[in-house]
Design a protein around this ligand. Structure first.
Ligand SMILES: [Fe+2]
Ligand SMILES: [Fe+2]
Length: 197
């Protein structure tokens, strides 16, 4: 395969055995999906927004189950860092729930989307600065891989990178409401962590 390279956000070839690379990739995907929702209209926007909601549900649930508990337990001052990140996630989830009730063509949709984007991106920057950098330094490759496996279990609940053209309304419907998706994701992550623990 290719040479060793420094993974960066959005890099498809970032090794999925490193939880930090995996989550950085998801942060990049989230940014790209916000761009896509903003740049489209009608069905295209509806579709991009469904994918964004799904990715956010999966990503934030995985972080709540895997990353913030690790921070709380292993990083200096980790209790406060984890509490701050959880508060940000809660605020973003409330904005997301309000947004999820609106049609993507509703005039109120775009201002709410921009609010969500600002919240989510400030939150992601804080995670990268106060958690991700320190997680790599605080644990070994085995544990990074175990955490990556749990995040991938979350991704498997609601695949967020479908092949173009495969996306269907039926597939979106089958995933159900965001809250139910988060519950299923949580179960999958816990199961994956249990197997590794
Ligand atoms: Fe998060
Ligand atoms: Fe994140």
């Amino acid at each position: 395969m290719s040479d060793m390279q420094t993974p960066h956000a959005g890099d498809d070839r970032a090794p999925d055995t490193d939880v930090v690379s995996l989550l950085m990739r998801q942060h990049g995907d989230i940014r790209n999906l916000f761009d896509e929702v903003e740049a489209t209209k009608g069905d295209e926007r509806r579709n991009a927004f469904r994918r964004l909601v799904r990715l956010l549900a999966v990503h934030e649930t995985a972080e709540e189950e895997v990353v913030h508990p690790f921070t709380r337990k292993n990083l200096a001052g980790g209790g406060q860092v984890a509490d701050d990140r959880l508060a940000e996630e809660k605020a973003a989830k409330e904005t997301l729930a309000a947004l999820d009730d609106l049609d993507t063509d509703d005039p109120k949709f775009m201002p709410q989307l921009l609010k969500l984007r600002a919240e989510v991106q400030a939150h992601a920057r804080a995670e990268e600065r106060y958690e991700f950098t320190h997680i790599r330094r605080s644990t070994d490759v085995t544990n990074l891989a175990a955490m990556a496996k749990a995040v991938k279990a979350a991704e498997a609940v609601a695949p967020t990178r479908p092949h173009p053209g495969v996306e269907s309304a039926a597939a979106n419907m089958a995933l159900g409401p965001v809250a139910a998706l988060m519950d299923r994701t949580k179960d999958a992550v816990r199961q994956a962590m249990g197997k590794d623990g």
